[in-house]
Write a protein that binds this ligand. Structure first.
Ligand SMILES: Nc1ncnc2c1ncn2[C@@H]1O[C@H](COP(=O)(O)OP(=O)(O)OP(=O)(O)O)[C@@H](O)[C@H]1O
Length: 104
């Protein structure tokens, strides 16, 4: 049983419910917006030659993920999984992780 949002995310990745994508497969970031979770970038996804939106979660001053943000993000992922493949809903491909924060 996963307790924290981080544990839920890690468990979902390890049991294959959420794809983990290699961060170095994303190139040419351009900022396209800012929301409650942080900045959103348009990037090229080398693996399948697609343009995708990369949503970067804000980190707090201790350089860890903000608890409220990750909770809300997980809620959004759960909702997205329930409505996957609907033509009016964007596709969720997976999550990635970087030690760098995009700052452009
Ligand atoms: N898949 C996407 N394609 C194009 N632009 C996007 C995409 N996702 C986010 N954006 C841009 O980034 C902005 C912020 O997105 P984000 O989803 O973080 O917040 P929001 O949905 O606008 O609002 P909230 O912060 O309340 O969730 C959007 O307003 C939009 O301009």
């Amino acid at each position: 049983m996963a307790n924290t949002p981080e544990e839920w995310l890690e468990k979902s990745i390890s049991n294959g419910h959420i794809n983990y994508l290699e961060y170095n497969k994303f190139t040419d970031p351009t900022i396209i917006g800012t929301g409650a979770f942080g900045k959103v970038f348009k990037c090229k996804w080398k693996y399948c030659e697609l343009m995708v939106a990369l949503k970067c979660l804000k980190i707090d001053t201790n350089l860890s993920l903000d608890e409220k943000i990750i909770k809300d993000f997980i809620k959004e992922l759960k909702l997205l999984r329930r409505v996957s493949n609907h033509p009016n809903i964007i596709s969720f491909y997976g999550v990635t992780k970087s030690i760098h924060s995009y700052n452009i």
